[in-house]
Design a protein around this ligand. Sequence first.
Ligand SMILES: Cc1ncc(COP(=O)(O)O)c(C=O)c1O
Length: 378
Amino acid sequence: MVPFLDLTRQYKRIKGEILSATQRVYEKGSFILGEEVSAFENEFSHYCGVRYGVGVGSGTDALYLALKAAGIGEGDEVVTVANSFVATALAISFTGAKPLFVDIDPKTYTMDPDHLERFLKRRRAKGSSRKIKAVLPVHLYGHPAEMGSIVEIANRYDLIVIEDACQAHGARYGNKGVGSLGTMGCFSFYPTKNLGGYGDGGMVVTNDKNCDRKLRLLRCYGEKKKHQHILKGHNSRLDEIQAALLRVKLRYLDQWNEERRRKAKVYTERLASLGVGCPSEKKGVRHVYHLYTIRTEKRDRLQAFLKKRGIETLIHYPIPIPFQKAYQELRYGRRDLPLTNRWSQKILSLPFFAEIKRHEMEEVVEGIRFFSKDERIG
Ligand SMILES: Cc1ncc(COP(=O)(O)O)c(C=O)c1O
């Protein structure tokens, strides 16, 4: 049996530190917006290379509250990608705005700046670009989107950029951390992430003082001072227990990401000759391999074959967001996003995490080798 992910192995590495960090919280008796959250906000925003961090209830809330802090709401439109977790688009919808989708780069699976530019140009030529207020690229699987071009295009069209960095803690674009490249960067601390808590959690990071101030109001009932509510805010806060243990884990994040990078290299070296498309890293970026996702024409057959050998795989994501029932009103067709559509039928995420063992990776490689041989003969 090769598990897709086994979180217990990471816990065993840092058990003592986790238990003493969480015990500190129980003994203090302060569970919401206390010292641990403040300290983690400082440490994580500093890690990302920005001034402010606002801990919230989840990655979805980080995106939603960031969009709200940017003033996005009813009647607005936000451009994003269809090859992402549905939460990227849901966060846009929650504000009352409409998500619009552009196609992806075939190598990195992230927003293609040329498609973005062509899309915006077309909308401007038709006189229908006024409602578009923001661009929301996703650093999918841990690979940064092409932020230099995306930010440049967004600036020309006077659009705000909000990064969905929920899968990319510690990834870098040039010498900058993801989350620091747009006006706001949004992270999830869902347990399976490269930096994951033991429950839900998220954070928005920013250099913009005004956004920071608004986010602090939005996450906590719009409360400026005790009993003074200056806007209709939410209840969406990172809690003290999560913050305390995430502070421990943050100290290991670079080490764990390096382990992921080394192991990704091993997979790629072993798989490249077997006729599957392996992930690549664009020059000048640091990929943190939240997922190791291959491409193959025979995806469904390969997945079934590996399953029979006890190897767990997943698909991220089999149905592009606008083709989900929840978004049928947008009336996107497969031809609107040809690459996203094609890739969604070929991608397969292999078992992958910092603690995966060499022999487990070998079993995966051997499984794929047998499958390729079988397919050639059959
Ligand atoms: C790309 C992306 N965006 C948003 C989210 C939402 O984060 P959360 O599950 O913490 O709400 C996730 C994670 O699940 C994600 O992978």
